[in-house]
Design a protein around this ligand. Structure first.
Ligand code: URA
Length: 268
């Protein structure tokens, strides 16, 4: 059997298993037990063949991401820290610009800093963050090595409330600059707020309806599409509250891994 035939068979079996309700997260598998450290997924996942996002970030259009010559991640972080464009900027302890690799495969996008993040200035450091790290590790990703972790809003909304649309809009230029600078291969949105913000949805849609497929990243409701593929899944906080969501989240992560492997097998 040729490699291509093996890949087709693996893809067929994988999809058949999902269709029959077996899903990807089999008994004994969990985010606590990552697959192979080299990034391969243990059960033979192959590229999913999705064609919705080009994934060639060399083509990133300047309008969809804000690219300015000489813009640096440090410069963007400094601008975030001094920003007072919305009330969150005055209420915070520390702004949380984000952290990770300079040349990431994946930009992970959350909602906004919580209490632990506000106290430390670092993204996803609480319980949800620890689970996020395990989710990434399960598909061979690590925040320091090949991911950048950021949020839609960079300052903590009080009492962990959802960020207001005006606050998301005020912070959006920072995200566009970060994406323009980082040129991630894929954007992974965790949770409803991040997914709707990154897709530029005027009407909020449920994460259940958005997850499980790729979209082209879009910077704001009026923003043009960029060729960076985006996939959304459940927020790790939701997985902590509801174990049943781990299986579909795992399916989403495997789709992401397949797309990464198809885009850039040498780097991942
Ligand atoms: N939840 C988020 O969405 N972002 C964080 O940084 C932490 C928790």
């Amino acid at each position: 059997m040729t490699l291509e035939q093996k890949k087709s068979l693996a893809l067929f079996l994988d999809r058949a298993a999902a269709l029959l309700g077996d899903g990807y997260l089999r008994p004994g598998e969990s985010f606590d037990e990552p697959d192979a450290a080299d990034g391969t997924v243990a059960d033979g996942t192959v590229a999913d063949g999705d064609t919705t996002g080009a994934g060639n970030t060399d083509d990133i259009t300047a309008a969809a991401v804000d690219t300015a010559a000489g813009d640096t991640m440090e410069g963007i972080a400094a601008d975030i820290r001094s920003c007072r464009a919305c009330p969150l900027g005055t209420g915070k302890t520390y702004a949380v610009p984000g952290e990770g690799a300079d040349d990431p495969l994946v930009l992970v996008l959350g909602e906004g800093p919580g209490q632990d993040e506000d106290r430390t200035g670092r993204p996803f450091v609480g319980r949800a963050g620890q689970l996020l790290d395990r989710m990434l590790a399960s598909i061979g990703l690590r925040r320091e090595e090949n991911c950048f972790i950021a949020n839609v809003v960079k300052c903590r909304p009080p009492e962990n409330r959802d960020p207001e649309p005006t606050e998301i809009a005020a912070c959006a230029p920072f995200l566009r600059r970060q994406i323009g600078r980082l040129k991630p291969r894929i954007i992974l949105c965790v949770g409803r707020i991040a997914a709707n913000a990154a897709l530029g949805n005027a009407e909020m849609q449920s994460i259940g309806s958005l997850r499980g497929r790729f979209y082209p990243y879009r910077a704001g409701p009026e923003g043009p599409e960029s060729p960076v593929p985006l996939i959304a899944t459940y927020h790790p906080s939701a997985l902590l509250r509801n174990e049943d969501l781990k299986r579909p989240a795992w399916e989403d992560l495997k789709l992401l891994r397949s797309r990464l492997d198809a885009l850039n097998p040498r780097r991942s």
